[in-house]
Design a protein around this ligand. Structure first.
Ligand code: ADP
Ligand code: MG
Length: 281
């Protein structure tokens, strides 16, 4: 078989660069040697290198989507102990991980006390959506409200709203820890109302619905927000004791004899991040 001259190989790499096919560029010679050794034809070779390019492209895109989602920590469904939270319907969570609710523009609400795994499940499901190609963004509600107010003051609100409108799934974490100002509540309602039937929302909250007025201020606004949020929505209640507290208690019950100082340290900080408003547990 005639092989390509060295200077033609350089030219080939130029072409592949111009065509933005970096994986074919880095793999083509290795795959060519293998195909020659295995006596595979040109089309088999082409199929192999284009498959490699596609796979790598998908991997990089998933990585970019995960980064763009800005999750505060990484969580997965595999690391969620369903036995410790029997109120959570495992089959429903598995179904949500298939992300069909996003295609149907439905919402998901996690309601339960602090430390009961709402954010864990929210991040895990939203990360599954990233992996499947959906555009996702995670916001704590207080952070989003601050961003909205700043954007309104700087007259960049339309830009921020356009960015939110491009999403397939918007995660609003910790609704209800801090009461919103009148402006904040109105801007938040505007986000929920714009997302209605266009972008799926995933909300975590420690507040039962009849307390939402305390956060949003007006009954009219609360009614309208809940109406949009809960129409076509899966509600998952994470009932029971805080997982952090359980974890901490278990550690205290099983003290390590070698390092007595370690006991209190571990018990005081079983979590992987410090969360405002939850330190009272
Ligand atoms: P919430 O959002 O309800 O306040 P988090 O999801 O932040 O609670 O959970 C607090 C900590 O406990 C996190 O580190 C989380 O990963 C862990 N956790 C909570 N529930 C479980 C569970 N059922 N299995 C494994 N880890 C859990
Ligand atoms: Mg949380």
């Amino acid at each position: 078989m005639k092989t390509l001259q060295a200077k033609s190989v350089v030219l080939l790499h130029h072409h592949l660069k111009a065509l933005r096919l970096p994986t074919i560029g880095s793999e083509c010679e290795k795959v060519a040697a293998r195909c020659a050794a295995d006596n595979h034809d040109h089309l088999t070779y082409l199929l192999e290198v284009t498959e490699l390019e596609l796979l790598e492209r998908e991997r990089r895109a998933a990585e970019r989507r995960l980064k763009a989602a800005r999750f505060p920590v990484s969580k997965s469904l595999d690391s969620f102990d369903f036995a410790a939270r029997p109120s959570v319907n495992r089959a429903l969570v598995a179904e949500l991980a298939r992300c069909e609710f996003i295609d149907r523009r439905e919402n998901v609400l996690f309601v339960g006390n602090p430390g009961t795994g709402k954010t864990h499940l929210g991040i895990a499901l939203a990360a599954a959506a990233c992996a499947k190609g959906y555009r996702v963004r995670f916001h704590r509600v207080t952070e989003l409200v601050t961003l909205l107010i700043e954007a309104r003051d700087e007259r960049t609100l339309l830009g921020l709203k356009a960015r939110l409108a491009k999403l397939d799934l918007l995660v609003l974490d910790e609704f209800g820890y801090v009461p919103a100002t009148k402006t904040g509540a109105e801007l938040l309602f505007d986000v929920v109302s714009t997302a209605y039937e266009r972008t799926s929302l995933m909300v975590t909250t420690n507040l039962p619905f009849d307390h939402w007025t305390e956060v949003l201020g007006s009954e009219r606004l609360t009614g309208a927000t809940l109406d949009r949020l809960t129409h076509r929505c899966q509600i998952i209640e994470t009932k029971g004791e805080s997982y952090r507290l359980r974890d901490a208690k278990a550690r205290v019950r099983r003290p390590t004899t070698s390092d007595p100082r370690g006991q209190s340290g571990e018990a005081a900080a079983p979590d992987d991040r410090v969360e405002g408003g939850e330190g009272t547990l």
